[in-house]
Design a protein around this ligand. Structure first.
Ligand code: ADP
Ligand code: MG
Length: 346
Protein backbone atom coordinates (compact mmCIF):
# COMPACT_ATOMS: atom_id res chain seq x y z
CA UNK A 1 0.00 0.00 0.00
CA UNK A 2 1.22 3.52 -0.70
CA UNK A 3 0.05 6.83 0.69
CA UNK A 4 0.07 9.64 -1.81
CA UNK A 5 1.83 12.90 -1.15
CA UNK A 6 -0.42 15.76 -0.09
CA UNK A 7 0.34 19.39 0.75
CA UNK A 8 -0.68 18.89 4.40
CA UNK A 9 -0.55 16.09 6.91
CA UNK A 10 -2.01 16.21 10.40
CA UNK A 11 -1.15 13.92 13.29
CA UNK A 12 -3.63 13.88 16.14
CA UNK A 13 -4.48 11.61 19.04
CA UNK A 14 -4.32 11.35 22.81
CA UNK A 15 -1.18 11.75 24.91
CA UNK A 16 1.79 9.39 24.77
CA UNK A 17 0.64 7.30 21.80
CA UNK A 18 3.53 8.42 19.60
CA UNK A 19 2.22 11.38 17.57
CA UNK A 20 5.43 13.39 17.73
CA UNK A 21 7.64 10.37 17.08
CA UNK A 22 5.53 9.18 14.14
CA UNK A 23 5.12 12.67 12.65
CA UNK A 24 8.89 13.13 12.74
CA UNK A 25 9.46 9.72 11.17
CA UNK A 26 6.86 10.43 8.49
CA UNK A 27 8.45 13.81 7.71
CA UNK A 28 11.88 12.16 7.40
CA UNK A 29 10.58 9.35 5.18
CA UNK A 30 9.09 11.90 2.78
CA UNK A 31 12.15 14.15 2.86
CA UNK A 32 14.32 11.13 2.03
CA UNK A 33 12.68 11.02 -1.41
CA UNK A 34 13.72 14.61 -2.11
CA UNK A 35 10.48 16.31 -1.12
CA UNK A 36 10.81 19.67 0.60
CA UNK A 37 9.27 19.02 4.01
CA UNK A 38 8.41 21.32 6.91
CA UNK A 39 7.62 19.62 10.21
CA UNK A 40 5.66 21.82 12.63
CA UNK A 41 4.81 20.90 16.17
CA UNK A 42 2.23 22.86 18.12
CA UNK A 43 2.60 20.54 21.09
CA UNK A 44 3.88 22.66 23.98
CA UNK A 45 5.50 19.48 25.37
CA UNK A 46 8.43 20.23 23.04
CA UNK A 47 9.45 16.60 22.59
CA UNK A 48 10.43 17.44 19.05
CA UNK A 49 13.05 19.82 20.37
CA UNK A 50 14.86 17.03 22.23
CA UNK A 51 14.29 14.57 19.45
CA UNK A 52 15.92 16.76 16.81
CA UNK A 53 18.46 18.33 19.16
CA UNK A 54 17.13 21.86 18.61
CA UNK A 55 18.31 24.65 20.87
CA UNK A 56 16.06 26.52 23.30
CA UNK A 57 16.52 29.81 21.42
CA UNK A 58 15.38 28.21 18.17
CA UNK A 59 11.79 27.98 19.40
CA UNK A 60 9.54 29.75 16.94
CA UNK A 61 12.13 29.82 14.16
CA UNK A 62 12.22 27.65 11.09
CA UNK A 63 15.31 25.50 11.53
CA UNK A 64 17.13 23.32 9.03
CA UNK A 65 17.67 19.86 10.52
CA UNK A 66 19.56 16.83 9.34
CA UNK A 67 18.97 13.31 10.61
CA UNK A 68 20.89 10.44 9.02
CA UNK A 69 21.72 12.65 6.03
CA UNK A 70 18.03 13.44 5.49
CA UNK A 71 17.34 17.17 5.42
CA UNK A 72 14.16 18.95 6.35
CA UNK A 73 12.94 22.04 8.15
CA UNK A 74 11.37 22.01 11.60
CA UNK A 75 9.41 24.59 13.53
CA UNK A 76 8.46 24.47 17.19
CA UNK A 77 5.44 26.76 17.16
CA UNK A 78 5.69 29.88 19.25
CA UNK A 79 2.67 32.17 18.91
CA UNK A 80 4.81 35.24 19.65
CA UNK A 81 7.14 34.53 16.74
CA UNK A 82 4.20 33.84 14.45
CA UNK A 83 2.74 37.23 15.36
CA UNK A 84 6.08 38.81 14.43
CA UNK A 85 6.11 37.04 11.07
CA UNK A 86 2.52 38.14 10.46
CA UNK A 87 3.41 41.72 11.30
CA UNK A 88 6.22 41.60 8.76
CA UNK A 89 4.34 39.83 6.01
CA UNK A 90 1.20 41.93 6.28
CA UNK A 91 3.08 45.11 7.20
CA UNK A 92 1.16 45.67 10.40
CA UNK A 93 3.97 46.46 12.87
CA UNK A 94 1.49 47.36 15.61
CA UNK A 95 0.48 43.72 15.76
CA UNK A 96 3.87 42.85 17.21
CA UNK A 97 4.13 45.79 19.55
CA UNK A 98 0.71 46.18 21.19
CA UNK A 99 0.86 44.90 24.75
CA UNK A 100 -2.59 43.30 24.76
CA UNK A 101 -1.85 41.39 21.58
CA UNK A 102 1.42 40.33 23.22
CA UNK A 103 -0.47 38.88 26.20
CA UNK A 104 -2.97 37.13 23.94
CA UNK A 105 -0.18 35.55 21.95
CA UNK A 106 1.62 34.01 24.91
CA UNK A 107 1.74 30.21 24.67
CA UNK A 108 -1.43 29.84 26.75
CA UNK A 109 -2.95 33.16 25.75
CA UNK A 110 -5.74 31.56 23.76
CA UNK A 111 -4.49 32.35 20.25
CA UNK A 112 -2.39 29.20 19.88
CA UNK A 113 -4.71 27.39 17.49
CA UNK A 114 -5.64 30.29 15.28
CA UNK A 115 -2.00 31.34 15.01
CA UNK A 116 -0.98 27.79 14.13
CA UNK A 117 -3.32 27.91 11.16
CA UNK A 118 -2.04 31.34 10.15
CA UNK A 119 1.52 29.99 10.38
CA UNK A 120 0.76 26.92 8.27
CA UNK A 121 -0.96 29.13 5.73
CA UNK A 122 2.00 31.54 5.58
CA UNK A 123 4.46 28.67 5.12
CA UNK A 124 2.28 27.16 2.41
CA UNK A 125 2.11 30.55 0.66
CA UNK A 126 5.91 30.82 0.76
CA UNK A 127 6.06 28.05 -1.85
CA UNK A 128 9.11 26.62 -0.10
CA UNK A 129 7.53 23.29 0.81
CA UNK A 130 5.95 20.33 -0.91
CA UNK A 131 4.59 18.92 2.33
CA UNK A 132 3.80 20.47 5.72
CA UNK A 133 3.49 17.90 8.51
CA UNK A 134 1.64 19.12 11.59
CA UNK A 135 2.03 17.47 14.99
CA UNK A 136 -0.81 18.54 17.29
CA UNK A 137 -1.08 18.61 21.10
CA UNK A 138 -2.75 15.66 22.83
CA UNK A 139 -6.52 15.53 22.98
CA UNK A 140 -9.36 16.92 20.95
CA UNK A 141 -8.79 20.61 21.62
CA UNK A 142 -7.27 21.38 18.22
CA UNK A 143 -10.03 19.44 16.47
CA UNK A 144 -12.65 21.29 18.50
CA UNK A 145 -11.08 24.50 17.35
CA UNK A 146 -11.22 23.42 13.70
CA UNK A 147 -14.85 22.42 14.16
CA UNK A 148 -15.61 25.86 15.57
CA UNK A 149 -13.95 27.84 12.79
CA UNK A 150 -17.25 28.86 11.27
CA UNK A 151 -18.14 30.67 14.45
CA UNK A 152 -14.80 32.44 14.62
CA UNK A 153 -15.18 33.52 11.02
CA UNK A 154 -18.53 35.07 11.68
CA UNK A 155 -17.08 36.74 14.76
CA UNK A 156 -14.65 38.57 12.49
CA UNK A 157 -17.42 39.41 10.11
CA UNK A 158 -20.08 40.56 12.51
CA UNK A 159 -18.98 41.16 16.07
CA UNK A 160 -15.92 43.12 15.08
CA UNK A 161 -17.86 45.32 12.75
CA UNK A 162 -20.33 45.95 15.52
CA UNK A 163 -17.60 46.79 18.00
CA UNK A 164 -15.98 49.08 15.48
CA UNK A 165 -18.95 51.08 14.57
CA UNK A 166 -19.04 52.29 18.13
CA UNK A 167 -15.57 52.07 19.58
CA UNK A 168 -13.05 51.85 16.79
CA UNK A 169 -13.88 55.23 15.40
CA UNK A 170 -13.49 56.76 18.83
CA UNK A 171 -9.98 55.47 19.46
CA UNK A 172 -8.57 58.97 19.34
CA UNK A 173 -10.54 59.81 22.43
CA UNK A 174 -9.82 56.52 24.15
CA UNK A 175 -9.49 56.38 27.89
CA UNK A 176 -11.95 57.85 30.29
CA UNK A 177 -13.45 60.10 27.70
CA UNK A 178 -14.70 57.11 25.72
CA UNK A 179 -17.22 56.43 28.38
CA UNK A 180 -18.63 59.86 28.02
CA UNK A 181 -20.21 58.93 24.72
CA UNK A 182 -23.81 58.20 25.50
CA UNK A 183 -24.28 56.48 22.19
CA UNK A 184 -21.67 53.85 23.05
CA UNK A 185 -23.35 52.98 26.28
CA UNK A 186 -26.64 52.75 24.56
CA UNK A 187 -25.63 50.66 21.62
CA UNK A 188 -22.75 48.32 22.46
CA UNK A 189 -23.54 44.96 23.94
CA UNK A 190 -23.92 44.65 27.69
CA UNK A 191 -20.97 42.27 27.98
CA UNK A 192 -18.56 44.59 26.32
CA UNK A 193 -19.76 47.55 28.34
CA UNK A 194 -19.26 45.53 31.51
CA UNK A 195 -15.76 44.55 30.46
CA UNK A 196 -14.78 48.12 29.68
CA UNK A 197 -16.28 49.15 33.00
CA UNK A 198 -14.07 46.70 34.88
CA UNK A 199 -11.05 47.73 32.91
CA UNK A 200 -11.73 51.34 33.77
CA UNK A 201 -12.00 50.48 37.45
CA UNK A 202 -8.94 48.27 37.78
CA UNK A 203 -6.48 49.53 35.21
CA UNK A 204 -5.05 52.77 34.00
CA UNK A 205 -6.42 54.74 31.09
CA UNK A 206 -3.43 53.73 28.98
CA UNK A 207 -4.46 50.11 29.33
CA UNK A 208 -7.93 50.83 28.02
CA UNK A 209 -6.40 52.70 25.14
CA UNK A 210 -4.15 49.72 24.41
CA UNK A 211 -7.12 47.41 24.70
CA UNK A 212 -9.20 49.32 22.21
CA UNK A 213 -6.17 49.63 19.98
CA UNK A 214 -5.62 45.84 20.20
CA UNK A 215 -9.16 45.18 19.03
CA UNK A 216 -8.54 47.57 16.18
CA UNK A 217 -5.19 46.02 15.22
CA UNK A 218 -6.61 42.52 15.25
CA UNK A 219 -9.41 43.72 13.04
CA UNK A 220 -6.96 45.41 10.69
CA UNK A 221 -5.10 42.09 10.45
CA UNK A 222 -8.38 40.41 9.64
CA UNK A 223 -7.16 39.40 6.21
CA UNK A 224 -4.31 37.34 7.69
CA UNK A 225 -6.56 35.68 10.25
CA UNK A 226 -9.29 34.91 7.76
CA UNK A 227 -6.78 33.53 5.31
CA UNK A 228 -5.45 31.22 8.06
CA UNK A 229 -8.98 30.16 8.90
CA UNK A 230 -9.74 29.46 5.26
CA UNK A 231 -7.09 26.76 5.44
CA UNK A 232 -9.83 24.59 6.88
CA UNK A 233 -11.17 23.95 3.38
CA UNK A 234 -7.82 22.48 2.37
CA UNK A 235 -7.51 20.42 5.54
CA UNK A 236 -10.97 19.01 4.97
CA UNK A 237 -10.16 17.96 1.42
CA UNK A 238 -9.04 14.43 0.54
CA UNK A 239 -6.87 15.76 -2.27
CA UNK A 240 -4.91 18.17 -0.11
CA UNK A 241 -4.59 16.66 3.35
CA UNK A 242 -3.68 13.34 4.93
CA UNK A 243 -5.14 12.81 8.39
CA UNK A 244 -3.39 10.41 10.76
CA UNK A 245 -5.27 9.55 13.88
CA UNK A 246 -2.69 7.94 16.14
CA UNK A 247 -3.34 5.38 18.84
CA UNK A 248 -1.39 2.57 20.46
CA UNK A 249 -2.10 -0.97 21.55
CA UNK A 250 -2.07 0.05 25.20
CA UNK A 251 -5.34 -0.61 26.97
CA UNK A 252 -8.08 1.95 26.48
CA UNK A 253 -6.20 4.03 23.91
CA UNK A 254 -8.13 2.70 20.91
CA UNK A 255 -11.46 3.71 22.42
CA UNK A 256 -10.10 7.23 22.80
CA UNK A 257 -9.22 7.26 19.10
CA UNK A 258 -12.73 6.18 18.16
CA UNK A 259 -14.20 8.91 20.33
CA UNK A 260 -11.92 11.46 18.74
CA UNK A 261 -12.94 10.38 15.24
CA UNK A 262 -16.61 10.74 16.14
CA UNK A 263 -15.92 14.05 17.76
CA UNK A 264 -14.46 15.59 14.62
CA UNK A 265 -16.53 13.67 12.09
CA UNK A 266 -17.39 16.73 10.05
CA UNK A 267 -13.75 17.67 9.83
CA UNK A 268 -11.67 14.55 9.37
CA UNK A 269 -12.52 13.36 5.87
CA UNK A 270 -13.46 9.75 5.10
CA UNK A 271 -10.05 8.83 3.71
CA UNK A 272 -8.15 9.22 6.97
CA UNK A 273 -5.70 6.74 8.48
CA UNK A 274 -5.77 5.13 11.87
CA UNK A 275 -2.18 4.60 12.94
CA UNK A 276 -1.85 1.81 15.46
CA UNK A 277 1.49 2.24 17.20
CA UNK A 278 3.54 -0.03 19.45
CA UNK A 279 2.25 -3.31 17.99
CA UNK A 280 3.85 -6.44 19.43
CA UNK A 281 2.75 -8.94 16.79
CA UNK A 282 6.00 -8.92 14.83
CA UNK A 283 8.15 -9.20 17.93
CA UNK A 284 6.05 -12.02 19.33
CA UNK A 285 6.40 -14.12 16.20
CA UNK A 286 9.94 -15.04 17.20
CA UNK A 287 9.16 -15.41 20.86
CA UNK A 288 8.63 -19.01 21.94
CA UNK A 289 8.78 -19.11 25.71
CA UNK A 290 9.22 -22.49 27.42
CA UNK A 291 7.91 -21.36 30.75
CA UNK A 292 4.16 -22.06 31.21
CA UNK A 293 3.40 -18.69 32.73
CA UNK A 294 5.20 -16.83 29.94
CA UNK A 295 3.27 -18.92 27.42
CA UNK A 296 0.05 -17.69 28.96
CA UNK A 297 1.22 -14.08 28.93
CA UNK A 298 2.22 -14.40 25.29
CA UNK A 299 -1.10 -15.94 24.33
CA UNK A 300 -3.09 -13.25 26.09
CA UNK A 301 -1.04 -10.42 24.53
CA UNK A 302 -1.54 -12.07 21.17
CA UNK A 303 -5.31 -12.35 21.53
CA UNK A 304 -5.68 -8.85 22.91
CA UNK A 305 -3.80 -7.34 19.97
CA UNK A 306 -5.70 -9.40 17.38
CA UNK A 307 -9.07 -8.42 18.84
CA UNK A 308 -8.04 -4.78 18.99
CA UNK A 309 -7.01 -4.78 15.32
CA UNK A 310 -10.23 -6.44 14.28
CA UNK A 311 -12.36 -3.91 16.12
CA UNK A 312 -10.38 -0.99 14.70
CA UNK A 313 -10.62 -2.31 11.15
CA UNK A 314 -14.39 -2.35 11.49
CA UNK A 315 -14.41 1.36 12.38
CA UNK A 316 -11.56 2.89 10.35
CA UNK A 317 -11.15 2.82 6.56
CA UNK A 318 -7.37 2.33 6.67
CA UNK A 319 -5.38 0.93 9.58
CA UNK A 320 -1.58 1.28 9.51
CA UNK A 321 0.42 -0.80 11.97
CA UNK A 322 3.71 0.30 13.51
CA UNK A 323 5.82 -1.93 15.76
CA UNK A 324 6.91 -1.35 19.32
CA UNK A 325 10.61 -0.55 18.91
CA UNK A 326 12.65 -2.42 21.49
CA UNK A 327 14.94 0.37 22.52
CA UNK A 328 15.10 2.99 25.25
CA UNK A 329 16.45 5.62 22.86
CA UNK A 330 13.76 7.91 21.35
CA UNK A 331 15.92 8.57 18.27
CA UNK A 332 16.03 4.81 17.67
CA UNK A 333 12.23 4.83 17.67
CA UNK A 334 12.28 7.57 15.05
CA UNK A 335 14.85 5.80 12.87
CA UNK A 336 13.02 2.51 12.98
CA UNK A 337 9.62 4.05 12.28
CA UNK A 338 11.09 6.12 9.42
CA UNK A 339 11.99 2.86 7.66
CA UNK A 340 8.44 1.63 8.14
CA UNK A 341 7.01 4.88 6.71
CA UNK A 342 9.32 4.55 3.70
CA UNK A 343 7.40 1.41 2.76
CA UNK A 344 4.29 3.58 2.34
CA UNK A 345 5.97 6.28 0.24
CA UNK A 346 4.88 5.92 -3.40
N1 ADP B 1 6.79 2.50 18.12
C1 ADP B 1 7.35 2.85 19.28
N2 ADP B 1 8.07 1.93 19.99
C2 ADP B 1 8.61 2.26 21.18
N3 ADP B 1 8.50 3.46 21.74
C3 ADP B 1 7.80 4.42 21.09
C4 ADP B 1 7.17 4.17 19.84
N4 ADP B 1 6.55 5.29 19.43
C5 ADP B 1 6.76 6.22 20.40
N5 ADP B 1 7.51 5.71 21.39
C6 ADP B 1 7.93 6.38 22.62
O1 ADP B 1 6.75 6.69 23.37
C7 ADP B 1 6.90 7.92 24.05
C8 ADP B 1 5.78 8.89 23.66
O2 ADP B 1 5.93 9.23 22.30
P1 ADP B 1 5.51 10.67 21.71
O3 ADP B 1 5.82 10.65 20.27
O4 ADP B 1 6.09 11.76 22.51
O5 ADP B 1 3.96 10.62 21.95
P2 ADP B 1 2.89 11.82 21.80
O6 ADP B 1 3.49 12.85 20.91
O7 ADP B 1 1.70 11.15 21.22
O8 ADP B 1 2.63 12.31 23.19
C9 ADP B 1 8.30 8.42 23.69
O9 ADP B 1 9.20 8.04 24.69
C10 ADP B 1 8.60 7.72 22.39
O10 ADP B 1 9.99 7.61 22.16
MG1 MG C 1 3.77 14.95 21.25
Amino acid sequence: MSISTKSFEIFCGTGGVGKTTLATARALAQASTGLRVLLITIDPARRLKDLLGLKEDSIGDICPVEVNHIKLHALLMSPEKTIQRMAEKYQTPDLASNRIVKILSKPYGGMNEILSLVEVQMQFDSGNYDVIVLDTPPGAHFLDFLEGIGKIRSFFDQSFVEIFSYIGSKTASAGKKVFGFGIINRVISGGLRKLLGYLQKFTDAKFIEDFIRAVQIIYQSKEAFLKGLSLQDRLKSKEECNWFLVTSVEQGKAQEAIEMKNHASSFIHQDHFLVLNKCLEQEMKDWHPGDEKLKLIRASLDIREKELKESLRSVFPHVLEFPEVMSLEPIEHVNNLTEKWKSYVP
